[in-house]
Design a protein around this ligand. Structure first.
Ligand SMILES: NC(=O)C1=CN([C@@H]2O[C@H](COP(=O)(O)OP(=O)(O)OC[C@H]3O[C@@H](n4cnc5c(N)ncnc54)[C@H](O)[C@@H]3O)[C@@H](O)[C@H]2O)C=CC1
Ligand SMILES: O=C(O)CCC(=O)C(=O)O
Length: 451
């Protein structure tokens, strides 16, 4: 093989910035991965020659489309929809759909890029993709949400398929939205296939998919704690978010003997020093998914709890923290506050909730820190198992799925340890996850030549 001129890391990142102007989230996600990959491939000519990282950081394609719908007052509304198909070297594109006003092409590109590494880490054959819209489901009636989802799928159906690209839920997209989108796909194509995951159990969904991301993040946290000879029993946990991932992470922490002190949403956080037990978690789940209320209502419902408007929960003293809301919700100063408050371990339930400075602070302090692409992979892993069940036209039993989720999370942990152990014994989970995820995708790409 001919030797290639190696582009160094800073020149590589300059190129990424130039080609993706203003896409700060995407650039941040690539930066976090590139620094570890450059170290790993320093002596591996093939990866340089075939420009593997450069190719993974350029989505296979981005589909952008208009989504037109009518609200209850008969106003015509126009939104933008996207599907970013990042890389399908190891399987069909796979990744959630996000409905939130903050959705931009940059946000979806960062999520699809991260998803590529995450899906590889699960050990299942899934490539990386992500989609969504700047539609805000908050305050919309069920019928408005239905009309929007139908319109969204009326374009998306051309680009997805059980062996092509299999979307699922993410922020603002839960069981209700998946149902509306699946119904529309079926109506347009006249096919009943596993084109989406996170489906209802009545029509091809998998047991434990709803719980999987939050539970998986806590299993990963337990595995990290085990490397330091401890576990969650008696530990206090600070959790952000109050959606699917946050409530199920809270549930598993509680089941494993921990005490959850906080939950949050975009308006602020609640602090309950008595602990958010299963009964309270059930109330939050119903409040968020059925009554579609705000987390501030918790403080009116439960004595002793307080609501802190416009604030994040990272100043509350705790043993462990699980950011489970959204990207860049935990900054350098928050990381320092957590460490000062006694936090020994952080597992990201959300995607890229900690900014680059925060990650640096955690690593410098040598605390246990699991990046989202490793810690929150349980959701997409069970989505992969849902795809298998759909292909087989069978539904597996809950005990089997619970065991598979646990095994997959332990497998991811082991892969991170294998590639992330430093000379002094510290496990850099960020580096481990980046390299293990990269290697699998990169080796598949090498097998295909230049495509
Ligand atoms: N649902 C899943 O299976 C997976 C989700 N994730 C990630 O987990 C995170 C949460 O997703 P879900 O729980 O599924 O969504 P969700 O829609 O069920 O809940 C999102 C939560 O985050 C809060 N939130 C949104 N924007 C916020 C902001 N700017 N500040 C503070 N809070 C904010 C919302 O109020 C809500 O409580 C996202 O980063 C998502 O990408 C990652 C892996 C899988
Ligand atoms: O289940 C899936 O396909 C995707 C879940 C997801 O969006 C994620 O892992 O960030």
């Amino acid at each position: 093989m001919a030797m290639t001129d190696h582009v160094d890391l800073s020149t590589f990142m300059e190129g990424v910035k130039k080609r993706n102007p203003g896409q700060t989230e995407f650039i941040q996600a690539v930066q976090e991965v590139a620094q570890d990959i450059y170290e790993f491939i320093a002596d591996k000519e093939e990866y340089h020659h075939y420009q593997i990282l450069r190719r993974i950081a350029e989505p296979d394609r981005i589909i952008s489309f208009r989504v037109c719908w009518e609200d209850d007052s008969h106003n015509i509304r126009v939104q933008r929809g996207w599907r970013v198909q990042n890389n399908n070297a190891i399987g069909p594109y796979k990744g959630g759909i996000r409905f939130h006003p903050s959705v931009t092409e940059s946000v979806l590109k960062f999520l699809a890029f991260e998803q590529t590494f995450k899906n590889a880490l699960t050990g299942l054959p899934m490539g990386g993709g992500k989609g969504g819209s700047n539609f805000n489901p908050k305050g919309k009636s069920d019928h408005e949400v239905m009309r929007f989802c139908q319109s969204f799928m009326t374009e998306l159906y051309r680009h997805v398929g059980a062996d092509v690209d299999v979307p699922a839920g993410d922020i603002g997209v839960g069981g209700r939205e998946i149902g509306y989108m699946f119904g529309q796909y079926k109506r347009i194509t006249n096919q009943f296939t596993g084109v989406l995951t996170g489906k209802g159990l009545e029509y091809g969904g998998s047991l434990i998919r709803t719980e999987a991301t939050g539970y998986g993040a806590v299993y990963f946290l337990q595995s990290m704690l085990k490397t330091r000879g401890t576990d969650l029993e008696g530990k206090t946990a600070v959790i952000s978010g109050s959606g699917n991932v946050a409530t199920h992470a809270a549930e598993k922490v509680t089941q494993l003997g921990g005490k959850v002190l906080t939950l949050s949403d975009s308006e602020g956080f609640i602090h309950d020093p008595d602990g958010i037990d299963q009964e309270k978690i059930d109330w939050v789940k119903a409040h968020k998914t059925k009554r579609r209320g705000r987390i501030s209502d918790y403080a009116r419902e439960f004595n002793g709890a307080t609501f802190h408007a416009g604030m994040t929960p990272w100043g509350v003293h705790c043993d462990v923290a699980l950011p489970c809301a959204t990207q860049n919700e935990l900054l350098g100063m928050d990381a320092r506050a957590l460490i000062a408050g006694g936090c020994i371990a952080v597992a990201e339930g959300a995607n890229m909730p900690t900014n680059l400075e925060g990650v640096h602070v955690f690593k410098e302090a040598r605390i246990l820190f699991a990046p989202g692409k490793a810690a929150n992979a349980g959701g997409v892993a069970v989505s992969g198992l849902e795809m298998s069940q759909n292909s087989e036209r069978r539904a597996w039993k809950e005990a089997e799925l619970q065991q598979l989720l646990l095994d997959i999370m332990e497998g991811i942990h082991d892969r991170c340890v294998a590639y992330g152990r430093a000379d002094d014994g510290y496990i850099d989970y960020v580096k481990g996850a980046n390299i293990a995820g990269f290697k699998k995708v990169a080796d598949a790409m090498l097998a295909f030549g230049v495509v």
